[in-house]
Design a binder for this molecule. Structure first.
Ligand SMILES: [Zn+2]
Length: 569
């Protein structure tokens, strides 16, 4: 009897505790965890949690969100030590999660020659000359971001533009999409590239009428020069990453999915140990090196709340801007080409040889595919892997296609059927929209950046930027997804307007969608009690302002794991 009475008492206590936890519709009672360390109130909280889509306030204890509710619900969480943040009626969102960045490339760029906004040859040359003056003879002038579509006549820059101002320094200037670069004569000379050098597989050396290299090198040909650039020292790398972290905090990003190398992950780990890491990393490593995580027994999502890994990335093709994205039909403005397979796809079946064992071992596969044929080939490869490997790991597979930019409408279904996440970059649609149609024609453009069609066919979207290809700013991405208004102002009602999505859908892709893409949707991606306290406060009510103003909204505060890591003031 005594024994059963004690059990009964225990059960009653447990029930009492449970009822406390279910207080206020999902908000947990302060008695259990409170008072809060941080309360954000007077907010339009858009939670991305369908069980409570809107709220006015939230309470954070330690690194977790503990309660979400009305102003009155959250009052009870405020104690003498609670820090209060007044959102002034503006939107509060789950921290943004960029599903595709090149973190170190973007970070290093912060100290390189910036050519993103250059529209004249004079300015192009002026910036390269200014950088060369700062360096010792023989040191590399590095830069990135040029786009010949913005230059007069849309002609490619050539080495003679810059040779006069860089006689003693090799130069390498990447196109903004990373699929082409410009070398000066000094760099070509060190690389041994001249009129007799054949185009490498998966690449092209641009030549003038006499067959001499102009300095522009496409895709694999860029490697002829890039491999000669000395890697940064540990100190330079750490300095660059610190600068990148600052950019990311300012942009309201609390997670990034990074195309990483082992050496970079080591620096992230060092910064984490030093308490300096302010964004969560999901590290996606090169598929050519899949055997390293495989042998170590690493599977998708391995790691902790700050640094995870277990995904591998390959390339199926190039880019639209460099006419190396692979299509079924020729380019309208370059009828002799349909684009190029990336070298990893050659010989046929090579990608499958890497992806199949990686999948069998539980690694996540992410493949870059831009052109409709590249996407089609990768979907077919995934189908083949499913056939060979069977249903896959218990956690479920989450294959990804990075960019998924130009699709055959008949391929939309395959994304949902195979569970392939479309990891896409909305800001690129409004960048490319100014010139893409002359390259691929109106009909193919209709299934370009096809967010609406993909969602309607049941596919999952994850949003990001491919930084430094596009700026980090997620608000520009939301604006692009909602308006499709190209940056040149020529499509104010939207380029291919039928592919617009709603603001709520775009926010979901940038938060929950990205979390799903890295297996962390139970830990982040929405403002839900129990999840990590990764939150961003904006300066406007995004759902009230006209859509064209979304790009002008600013991040006021970025909170990661309950810590305020960025304040606009
Ligand atoms: Zn990329």
């Amino acid at each position: 009897m005594m024994e059963s009475a004690r059990i009964l008492a225990g059960i009653l206590t447990a029930i009492a505790a449970l009822s406390v936890f279910s207080f206020a519709g999902g908000a947990q009672a302060p008695a259990a965890h409170g008072p809060a360390d941080l309360v954000i109130h007077n907010a339009k909280v858009h939670t991305v949690d369908p069980s409570r889509p809107e709220a006015q306030a939230l309470a954070i204890v330690g690194d977790r969100i503990r309660a979400v509710g009305s102003e009155a619900d959250i009052q009870a969480w405020i104690g003498p030590g609670t820090r209060l943040l007044d959102a002034r009626g503006a939107t509060v969102l789950p921290g943004f999660n960029d599903s595709h960045v090149h973190f170190v490339a973007g970070s290093s760029l912060l100290s390189q020659v910036q050519l993103n906004d250059v529209t004249t040859r004079q300015e192009f040359v002026r910036r390269v000359a200014a950088s060369a003056r700062e360096l010792k003879n023989g040191e590399w002038v590095l830069g990135r971001g040029w786009d010949h579509e913005k230059l007069p006549g849309a002609r490619l820059p050539t080495r003679d533009w810059i040779d006069d101002v860089t006689p003693d320094n090799p130069v390498w200037l990447g196109r903004y999409d990373g699929h082409m670069g410009l070398a000066n004569s000094a760099a070509l000379k060190i690389a041994g590239v001249d009129r007799n050098t054949p185009d490498p597989p998966g690449g092209a050396i641009v030549r003038d009428a006499n067959g001499n290299p102009t300095g522009a090198l496409k895709d694999a040909a860029a490697g002829l020069v890039e491999r000669l650039i000395p890697p940064p020292s540990d100190e330079q790398l750490t300095r660059a990453i610190r600068a990148g972290l600052e950019e990311v905090r300012r942009a309201g990003l609390t997670s990034v999915q990074d195309i990483s190398h082992a050496r970079e992950m080591r620096v992230y780990q060092k910064l984490l140990a030093a308490g300096e890491l302010t964004v969560r990393f999901y590290c996606i490593t090169p598929i050519q090196e899949y055997e390293a995580p495989l042998r170590a027994g690493i599977t998708a999502g391995f790691g902790n709340d700050w640094i995870r890994t277990g995904a591998v990335k390959g390339f199926a093709d190039g880019s639209l801007g460099s006419t190396t994205a692979l299509f079924f039909e020729p380019y309208d403005d370059a009828p002799t080409t349909r684009g190029l397979f990336n070298a990893m796809m050659l010989p046929e079946g090579h990608m499958l040889q890497m992806a199949q064992p990686a999948d069998a071992a539980g690694l996540q596969i992410a493949i870059h595919a831009i052109g409709d044929r590249a996407n089609h080939e990768i979907l077919a490869m995934y189908e083949e892997i499913a056939r060979r490997n069977g249903p896959g790991p218990a956690r479920g597979r989450r294959w990804r296609i990075e960019h998924a930019q130009h699709l055959l409408p008949s391929d939309y279904d395959a994304f949902a059927r195979l569970g392939v996440i479309a990891s896409m970059q909305p800001a690129q649609a409004i960048q490319d929209g100014s010139w893409a149609e002359k390259r691929i024609g109106h009909e193919r453009a209709g299934s370009t950046h096809a967010w609406r069609s993909l969602l309607d066919h049941g596919a999952k979207l994850a949003f990001g930027t491919d930084w430094p290809v596009a700026p980090l700013n997620p608000l520009l991405g939301l604006y692009a997804a909602v308006t499709r208004a190209t940056l040149d102002g020529k499509h104010p009602e939207g380029w291919i307007p039928e592919q617009k999505i709603t603001l709520a859908e775009a926010i979901e892709a940038y938060t929950m969608g990205s979390a799903y893409a890295e297996f962390t949707e139970t830990q982040k991606g929405s403002i839900t009690p129990g999840k990590l306290a990764d939150v961003v406060i904006l300066d406007a009510d995004l759902f009230r302002i006209p859509p064209e103003k979304i790009k002008d909204a600013k991040v006021v505060k970025t909170v990661v794991g309950g810590r305020i890591v960025y304040s606009a003031d």
